[in-house]
Design a protein around this ligand. Sequence first.
Ligand SMILES: Cc1ncc(COP(=O)(O)O)c(C=O)c1O
Length: 449
Amino acid sequence: MDEFERAARMASTYLERVPDRPVWRPVPDRAWLTEQQMPDRGRPLARLLDDIGEFVLPHPMGNGHPRFFGWVNSPPSQAGVAVAPLAAAFNPSTAGGDQAGVLLERTAVRWLAELVGFPHPPGGGLLTSGASMATIVALSAARRRALPDVRENGLYGRAPLVMYLSEEGHSCLRKAAELLGLGSANLHVVPVDDAYRMDPAALRARIERDLAEGARPFLVAASAGTVNTGAVDPLAEIAAVAREHGLWFHVDGAYGALAAVTGDPVFEGMAEADSLALDPHKWLGVPVDCGCVLFRDPALVRDTFSLVPPYLRDDEGDPLGWFSEYGIEQTRPFRALRVWATIAHRGRAGVVELVRRTTGLARTLATMVEESGDFELMAPVTTSIVAFRYTPADLPGLPAAVQRRGRAFITGTHLGGMAALRACILHPETTEADLAILLDEIRLAAKEL
Ligand SMILES: Cc1ncc(COP(=O)(O)O)c(C=O)c1O
């Protein structure tokens, strides 16, 4: 159909032109996007493509651009974009069954485990909507290990389970704990060191104090790449504390785990985790959505979720069962095609190169910050996030003012009680010149405020 070819052309033209357009601009007229009436009669696909070209594509989030440094959002991999329409055309539910979508997910998950150096027993992971869902799956399995009858009896009438995370732990951990009925009062926050890494001695001390007070510690969640500074917690030491006290060891590697592909010793200990959340839709560039959870004990995860009504029984099927027995989603999209294509197109060497290039640029930006007279580095650079501040003035609206100018996109945060800027470098085509433009844009935006 001509419209399919035209849609593919529109996508490739869009991607080609991204670097020449503003990184982001406010949407001037929202009426079409938010208020249009549902048509009574259908309209030709060609007219819909006209509308998309006019009203949708001019207003991106910005993350395709080489000077987008906000949050943790990458540009899409070319291979992922190319195969996305095929996944849509194929349109399976990858809940289970003897079909390519399910079988390819086995490979995609195994490849992800191999990239980050995590052990991979058969069935030891699945793709999810993102790390938030991966975290819910992981924490559910941990809760089930601690309370084998939790599915039947819930949490009623028991001593609370206590979970540990650092001050820099991502909010998805808190959300998952609240959702699972653990209660945020039972999340014990462990302090961090000067480099924003969890302090394992403080963790041990807190567990011992809690045990003495009769609490039930059950899980520690470490970060392999925090969202604020990209810090990697001392994973081997935290693993040892977890082992000592029989705690589930979860690692949030949503953003940073991929950097283990270079063999960087900072990730030592990550492979000891009981569960690891990572996000192919971040650094790897798999088009949104795609998270992943890897786990050491697939049988436990299946016991946590499996609920097979008669209408879903598959007696002839894979002994590992269905993916829907290992998580929350029943109907599941064909994410594996985008993951497989992205990794197969880059190859392991290409992924290593992507990580080396972006982490190298982050160190370059840190040097530029340190050598400038008007910026200050706020944390060491371990991965590809640089946290820094503009020293002439603490301007709360500074990130938004940079964004409005349209030449670079940066977001802010708070570190140690101070406002900070943070640049997350994930784009394979970002250059040193782009970093210089970013710093200049911050200076120019500050003048406007
Ligand atoms: C460190 C970290 N953990 C977890 C998440 C949550 O991941 P998702 O947005 O894919 O659910 C993010 C998202 O930015 C993150 O950076």
